[in-house]
Design a protein around this ligand. Structure first.
Ligand code: SAM
Length: 256
């Protein structure tokens, strides 16, 4: 196998089958991000899925084009060249991928914005841990809050570096992600995102202190009025100790 910068390819067909068999994908439109040399692509096609694969590397696109010429001709496979974070995507039902870890965050949020039924995605283990970190834990951050607001995420299994060629320096985790509506009303999603970002950009500060610091952005009087209405427990907490609905309470009151 040739070397591709910072990319680690799955080599064990049993692991590939384990990923491809998590969901019944027969007859479904499956989006694959970063097919590489096509080991997972083949497993998805073998299970009767219609596959849309987005690949950035020109050499890999050429390789895939010749390897899957019959599937491309029959329309079972479409290869979209380009950056999966930016390129326009056709409709799909399910996402399955051994992701390039450098785009874990932007691709996950892009997919959640587009919408899908279910995703089976491989991440660096530490990233997956942060995705699932519960409120109050040290790992809880912007990623945990934003993901848990809009999706249910479960760990399927972990993989050691030896499952890849070349072996990466890190462990990996296969995650099952299902979008869901937030469990509480969010009046303005952009404001919610901004409040979560602002609070975690000062994660050592209390909510009260950050809201004061945001007076320049949202108005001194508005922030003072907001602080008046919030529970002391919320105001004296650091962001990682807040529940999802506390972020909604704060952002809804600002956007009211
Ligand atoms: N799925 C293959 C496997 O498991 O063996 C390859 C996985 S490899 C970790 C990630 C793949 O994503 C590589 O083929 C790489 O060229 C491609 N890639 C990297 N950045 C990308 C991007 N922004 N958009 C689409 N593909 C990308």
């Amino acid at each position: 196998m040739r070397a591709y910068k910072d990319q680690h390819f799955l080599t064990d067909p049993r692991i590939v089958a384990r990923i491809a068999d998590i969901l019944d994908i027969s007859g479904r439109r499956v989006l694959e991000i970063g097919p590489g040399e096509g080991i997972l692509t083949k497993a998805l096609l073998d299970r009767g899925a219609t596959v849309i694969s987005v690949e950035l590397d020109r050499r890999l696109i050429d390789l895939l084009t010749s390897r899957f010429s019959d599937k491309l001709a029959s329309g079972e496979l479409t290869i979209i060249p380009g950056d999966a974070v930016k390129v326009p995507l056709p409709p799909f039902d399910i996402v399955m991928a051994n992701l390039p870890y450098s785009i874990s965050s932007p691709i996950t949020f892009r997919l959640l914005e587009i919408g899908f039924e279910s995703a089976i995605l491989m991440y660096q283990k530490e990233f997956a841990d942060r995705m699932m970190a519960p409120p109050g834990s040290r790992e809880c951050g912007r990623l945990s809050i934003m993901l848990q607001t809009y999706a249910r995420a479960n760990r399927c299994f972990d993989l050691p570096p030896g499952a890849f060629s070349p072996p990466p320096a890190v462990h990996s985790t296969v995650m099952w992600i299902e979008p869901r509506e937030p469990l509480f009303p969010i009046t303005d999603k952009k404001m919610y995102e901004e409040i979560v970002r602002e609070l975690f950009s000062r994660r050592r500060k209390t909510v009260r202190s950050t809201l004061h610091a945001l007076s320049g952005k949202f108005g001194k009087k508005q922030m003072e009025d907001l602080i008046e209405t919030l529970d002391t427990e919320i105001l004296s907490s650091r962001p990682e100790a807040l529940y999802l609905e506390d972020f909604a309470t704060i952002s809804n009151r600002i956007s009211a």
